[in-house]
Design a binder for this molecule. Sequence first.
Ligand code: NAD
Ligand code: DAU
Length: 370
Amino acid sequence: MRSLQNVLVTGGAGFIGGNFIRVLLEKTAEFSGRIVNLDALTYAGNRASLEDLEGPYGGKRYFFEYGDICSRAAVEGVFEKYRIDTVVHFAAESHVDRSILGPEAFIKTNVMGTFILLDTARKYWRDSGGALRQDVLFHHISTDEVYGSLGETGTFSETSAYDPRSPYSASKAAGDHLVMAYHHTYGLPVTLSNCSNNYGPYQFPEKFIPLSILNILEGKPLPVYGDGRNIRDWLYVEDHTRAVWTILRQGLRGEKYNIGGENEWENIKVLHVLIDIAARKAGLDPEKLRGSITYVTDRPGHDRRYAIDCSKIKRELGWKRELGFEEALGRTVDWYLANPGWIEGIRTGDYQKWIEQNYEKREDGMGELR
Ligand code: NAD
Ligand code: DAU
């Protein structure tokens, strides 16, 4: 088992990165080191998602650094300051629809940002003889979307050819190729995981499940793209973050691991289940809610079906999904019902005011505390 000391989590103020930091802090028997969250707090980053950790852990085990992974000075500064030995790279532009409207930010962060992180790790992780250390690890978080779209049958395995079809998935694929290139060319110790669709607490309400939950609770129209029969493989975020933890500890250098829920659903069916769960929990009329389902223009180039073969991580590292879909969807609905303040902050835009109030952006891409 690999041991970790100073872990750099990029994009920890986002959905999966934030959930991962929580899992890491619970691993007290195996990990007592420091977690540094480097995040540029884009629209998807929300410091309020981790505010409760700052009291017990802030400045002791948990450190927030406001900065951009595209800035070499910012990334080098963090490596130096915290003597990073493990990188878990979540930071990305993550929403497919936004990548169609404006791809540039995706290329910057997902390609250039990944490159800067890799290159800094290569520069910083040298031993006294100049060789690359092998007790360190760069773990890259990627997506099943790099494999393209499936027909009615088949699954993506680790050896499936890359065939990205949106600016988002193309930018993630480019990042993945750089990660493997740094391993093969320079010997950088890397692992890479490609995961299916996540859902759970703290997911920004632009994505299908949280958007639908909030629209159900507010009696708004429920948009479904195209014929609603596109298929995604859904995994509860906590199951994903546990898989990442397993890879950090046991994953083999240079290896890729697919992570999935073995849980394929047509979008329209997901929506019907969500309606049933949310109606039950919030005392709403499910039949009236079904009347709010609105078929809208399809996403351009909308991938039809994703399905992940995750037998490698199950067989080789002993990971498996723990939560069933309906139980975990129930937990997710409960979380959104119990956290109106988090939602309100996003609705009003107040969640971003904290940055302006507390930080000044410096030329080197880092934020300076006011
Ligand atoms: P998210 O959009 O919720 O969060 C992204 C985070 O990255 C935000 O906190 C944002 O502020 C930060 N960020 C963006 N650009 C940055 C930059 N230049 N410098 C520093 N920080 C920056 O994303 P998510 O859904 O949590 O996804 C995390 C990772 O997991 C991504 O790499 C994504 O591709 C991958 N992934 C997501 C899913 C999913 O279903 N959400 C599934 C598989 C893989
Ligand atoms: O597969 C992993 C990917 O899953 C991640 O890499 C991405 O970061 C993440 O955003 C997610 O991508 P999707 O495009 O699959 O997720 P999204 O929630 O945007 O959409 C899920 C499905 O629901 C998709 O087929 C489009 C559809 N959809 C989405 C929205 C927002 C709708 O029908 N209506 C909607 O309003």
